[in-house]
Ligand binder design. Structure first.
Ligand code: AMP
Length: 142
């Protein structure tokens, strides 16, 4: 199964934020959309960074005044991405290696979706269950 297959069910919408917005704004977005990360993008959809709930927690550890800081001050600027044709296994490996749970999808240089560890685990479980069903049907036929 590929990233494109996951996105065909989940959709390609990505919640983005501008670099100059406040950390408090990010917290509101994470809560409103029930997500764990937002992609930092410019008006043209170019990826500038990513901010996850972990970055917010680290900022809060410095004190509540951190909420007034801007997104640029806590985002990870070097974003690892994936492509439509990448497989679940490739995406899982990239997340494990990088120790993060979100991978924006880029096609033609533009943001084209996002997959989270939750999406990947769900797809993997479905794949394993499907394979087990096929195996059972095959054995029953024999
Ligand atoms: P997460 O596990 O996604 O909550 O993110 C953990 C840390 O990795 C945070 O500092 C994020 O900014 C960073 N991060 C999340 N996703 C990515 C990614 N695709 N590429 C690079 N850094 C990331």
């Amino acid at each position: 199964m590929t990233v494109a297959a996951i996105l065909s069910r989940k959709g390609r919408e990505v919640v983005t934020v501008a670099v100059d917005r406040s950390i408090a704004d990010v917290i509101h977005m994470l809560a409103e959309y029930r997500i764990g990360a937002v992609v930092v993008a410019d008006d043209g959809g170019r990826i500038l960074g990513i901010v996850s709930e972990r970055d917010v927690v680290r900022a809060l550890a410095r004190g509540p005044g951190a909420l007034d800081g801007v997104v640029a001050s806590i985002m990870t600027a070097k974003v690892v991405t994936c492509r439509d044709h990448d497989t679940i296994n490739e995406v899982m490996a990239r997340m494990t290696e990088g120790r993060f749970r979100h991978l924006p999808v880029v096609e033609d240089g533009r943001l084209a979706g996002i997959v989270s560890i939750g999406d990947v685990v769900k797809a993997r479980i479905e794949q394993v269950e499907r394979e087990a069903d096929e195996m059972r049907a095959y054995i029953a036929m024999a």
